[in-house]
Each structure stands twice: as structure tokens, then as C-alpha cells.
Design a protein around this ligand. Structure first.
Ligand code: DQA
Length: 146
């Protein structure tokens, strides 16, 4: 199975941006960790980041043809984008939502997620390890859908 791992705005600044919240690792570091685990799980990864809502939507549409599942950290679009919600709703495979930080512990505007409404599950607050956990969950979901 191919899994799209899609990252939204500002995640290209990981490691430099508010490391006390998001950690010292860069997105490239997270990609390396994901690839290391994906190999053992039998998953092929397509790992991407964009700061643009429309680009993320185009990628979600592309996933309809190319991916069995989507792991997504939509960044701040989590809390604002009905368009990303709609695009994900048109994807038939499993979706796992990931956040590095525990969004429920932060400002009230981060407590709602339009993506959670269409995600199979959500991982938040476990830092970069959340991505690895999401891939493990994805491998299981793709092997035996629940
Ligand atoms: C984030 C949480 C969002 O609220 C924030 O806008 C981000 C990153 C996270 O991974 O913790 O950009 O999705």
C-alpha cells in the first residue's frame, strides 16, 4: 500500500519554529523516521509539505487514485478549512490525523478540528513519535479495515 503523509502550513519550519512546543526535530528528520518505520510495515510513503491550502486539496484528490490511506497534519488548516474537510471526505480510505502538540491543551481556537470529523483516528501531543504511531495504525487499518 502507498500512504500519503501530508503536512500543512509552517511545518517546513519545524526545528526552528517554537521548539518548546513542536520539538527540535525538522520535518526532514520526521520523514527519515517515517521511512525507516514504513519499510518494516510494508508501506510505501509519499511524504509532502505545502503552505498552500489548494495544493493540499489537490494532493488529497491525487491520493484518491494513488494512495490506500492518508496520514495528515494539516497545521492551522485543521481548525479553519472546510475545503480540506470536504476533500478528505471524498477520499474513501482510512485517514489518520496527527498533531505534534496536544491541541486540546492549547488556545481554544485549536480545540476544534474539521479534520477529526472525517479521520478514523487522531494522535496529538506525542511529538514526532505521533507520525510513527499513525503509520502503525495505518498499516493495521489497511490490512484489516475496522
Ligand atoms: C499542529 C497544531 C496546529 O494548531 C498548528 O497550527 C500547527 C501544528 C501540530 O502539529 O501540533 O501548525 O498541527
Amino acid at each position: 500500500h502507498t500512504v500519503f503523509v501530508l503536512n500543512g502550513p509552517n511545518l517546513n519550519l519545524l526545528g526552528k519554529r517554537e521548539p518548546h512546543i513542536y520539538g527540535a526535530e525538522t520535518l526532514a528528520d520526521i520523514e527519515v523516521a517515517c521511512r525507516r518505520h514504513a519499510a518494516g510495515l510494508g508501506l510505501a510513503l509519499d511524504f509532502r509539505q505545502s503552505n498552500h491550502e489548494g495544493v493540499l486539496i489537490d494532493w488529497i484528490h491525487e491520493a484518491r487514485e494513488k494512495a490506500g490511506g492518508i496520514v495528515v497534519n494539516p497545521g492551522a488548516y485543521t481548525h479553519t478549512s472546510i475545503a480540506i474537510h470536504d476533500a478528505l471526505k471524498a477520499f474513501s480510505g482510512p485517514i489518520v490525523e496527527v498533531h505534534l502538540s496536544n491541541i486540546h491543551q492549547r488556545e481554544p481556537f485549536r480545540h476544534t478540528s474539521y479534520v477529526s470529523l472525517v479521520a478514523k483516528g487522531v494522535i496529538a501531543g506525542l511529538g514526532s513519535h505521533g507520525y510513527v504511531l499513525a503509520l502503525e495504525a495505518m498499516a493495521r487499518l489497511l490490512a484489516a479495515p475496522v
